[in-house]
Each structure stands twice: as C-alpha cells, then as structure tokens.
Design a protein around this ligand. Structure first.
Ligand code: ASP
Length: 325
C-alpha cells in the first residue's frame, strides 16, 4: 500500500519513478530529479524506529540540532520495556545481567561511547556526556557506571520479569548460537540531518541476547556500529556485531559514499565485503543504514527481514531493506 509519504513524493517527482528498481535506486532517482537537499530528515533501524523518530522529529522540526534529535530519539526504545534488545527490559547476558552498549557522534567528529554499562537506563545520554564533558571517547564497565553516577544518573534494575523468564528458559539448554534476527527489532541506530545541514548519529543496544559476560559488540564502537562524517554522510548498523567490527563496517559505508556511491549502494558494498571476507556470513544477519549530506538514504542487509523507519516533512514510514540472500 502506498503511504501518504510515498504518495506525496510520487506526486512531487512524477509517477515515472514508480518502476525504478535495482541499482538505479529511489535515492538516486531522488537526487537526479530534485537537486535540493531533503532536510531535516531522520532514519533509524527496525520497527521501534518509528516511535524514536517521532521524538527526534520534534527536535528537528523545531529547528534543533541533529545531535540532540538522535539522543532524544533513541532514548524512547531505551526506556521501553517491550523493546527487549535496547536499554530497560533488554535481554541479559549468560549470567542474567543486562549490560548496555551505546555511542553517539556529531557533525564535528566529536564522539562518546559506553560499553558493558549496567543499571543505567539511558546509556546514550551517558555516551553524550562522555563526548561533551571528558577528554575521552569511550568508558566501559565500572568506570562508565561511576562516571554516570557522578553526572546524576540513578542506578536501577533493568532486568524485567519478561527478560528474566526468557533468560531462565535459555538456561535450560544454555546453547550459545546467535540467532538470525528477522523479527523487526534489535539495536537502534539513528541518523539525522538537521535544518542547518549537519549530520549526527546514535546507536544503543543491550547487545546479543545471552552473550558471554563482558562481550561488547559493534554498537558502541565508532566506525563499526556508527560513523558520521559531516562532509559526506553517516551510517549505522544492526545484526551480528562481530562482523561489523571485523570490517569496520560503518566507516566503510561512509568511505564508499565518499567515492560517489549512493547510500544504498554503499550499504550493499559493505554487506558484500562481509560476504567476501567472512565465509560463514549466511548464518548471520547484518544490516547497514546510511544517510548522505543531501538527505538521501538507503540500506542493505544479508538476510531479508531488516527494516527501518524514515521521517521527514511528508511523514513517517517503514521501509524494507534489500538483501543479498
Ligand atoms: N549489533 C548488536 C550487537 O552485536 C546487536 C544487534 O543489532 O543485533 O551487539
């Protein structure tokens, strides 16, 4: 079904765009027809991106900065216990502990990150303060917790009954095999372009469910789970974090856009790099999402089933990413 947002775009650019598929992506078509930058715009991973975009959009449409929009936006799933892959209510590790990873990056290459953070509901806001208030980029574990407390964050239990029951169920077999996620939820990565034309991004997760204690994925690692270059574009990722770390995936996507690829083509190139370098890629899911300086966006993943939310002045919609399998 054509959404209101799609309808508006088709009305603006002509129905001849309807049949465009494959390499000549919608984003390319968009740039060829309309040379004007689409801004502001915010995009984010999975179904829960819609509610997160809604809050980010309020910041952007009020003329706010992209960095504030992405922080405020991803706080929504962080606080939502029904999202069992981010923040409060996230699945715990093998030991039953909820450990959170997050990072944030602005238009001036400033970035902040926390990993293996426990008992703090909003790791993204701790990451923001690491960026704003410390000379460092990344704080982990106890140090990140102490820093959060020094900034007024309160410790709270993040393990909900539902997540605890899922863990207790998992304990029966204690089988550690990462599950391919095609269920339309997981890490939230969000990218925004504000009215000023500045890009920022945020990424936050409880990581792989029932992971080994101490395991950190791609999501808090600048270049792997998130990267922003305000001259070119921004990228974020979801899925099996080890694959993004091994290929520095999001940095790769941004560098591909620097070489002239559209966001979708750049995401596809990164997925193909993973497939080429890492032989067993078919067992995993990885999804990249990218936004360029012109407000064009695109995505690509290994398995079908990854989707993302897009919000601009014509409204919000979920879009399915293309996949190599
Ligand atoms: N990328 C996250 C991690 O590996 C999890 C996910 O997005 O599925 O921790």
């Amino acid at each position: 079904m054509t959404s209101k947002r799609e309808f508006l775009k088709m009305s603006l650019f002509g129905t001849s765009l309807l049949g465009i598929t494959g390499l000549f992506s919608k984003s390319q078509a968009y740039s060829e027809v309309n040379k004007n930058t689409t801004k502001p715009i915010v995009i984010s991973t999975w179904n829960h991106g819609l509610a997160a975009n809604h809050v980010a959009w309020q910041v952007l449409s009020d003329g706010g900065k992209a960095i504030d929009a992405v922080e405020q936006g991803v706080r929504v799933p962080e606080a939502d216990p029904s999202v069992m892959t981010v923040g409060y209510g996230g699945y715990p590790d093998r030991e039953g502990k909820v450990t959170l990873d997050a990072c944030i990056m602005d238009e001036n290459q400033n970035c902040g990150s926390v990993a293996f953070l426990q008992n703090i509901k909003h790791p993204i806001s701790v990451a923001r303060l690491v960026m704003d208030k410390t000379p460092h980029v990344m704080l982990v574990g106890e140090g990140a917790l102490e820093f959060a407390k020094s900034q007024g964050f309160k410790e709270e239990n993040l393990l909900t009954d539902k997540a605890k029951m899922a863990w207790q169920d998992w304990l029966k077999e204690s089988k550690y095999s990462p599950v391919i996620n095609v269920e339309n939820h997981d890490t939230i990565g969000m990218l925004a372009l504000d009215n000023n034309g500045d890009l920022s991004g945020a990424c936050t997760t409880s990581g792989a469910a029932f992971k080994m204690s101490g395991r950190v994925g791609d999501s808090p690692i600048i270049g792997a789970g998130l990267y922003v270059d305000n001259e070119i574009g921004a990228a974020t990722a979801t899925g099996m974090g080890e694959l993004m770390i091994k290929t520095v995936g999001c940095h790769l996507v941004v560098e591909m856009m620097r070489q002239g690829l559209s966001p979708e083509q750049a995401c596809k190139a990164a997925v193909e790099r993973i497939a080429k370098k890492l032989g067993d890629y078919k067992q995993f899911q990885v999804g990249f999402l990218a936004l360029n300086k012109a407000g064009e966006y695109g995505s690509y993943c290994i398995q079908s089933g990854f989707n993302y939310a897009v919000t601009d002045k014509s409204g919000s919609e979920l879009q399915d990413a293309k996949s190599i399998l």
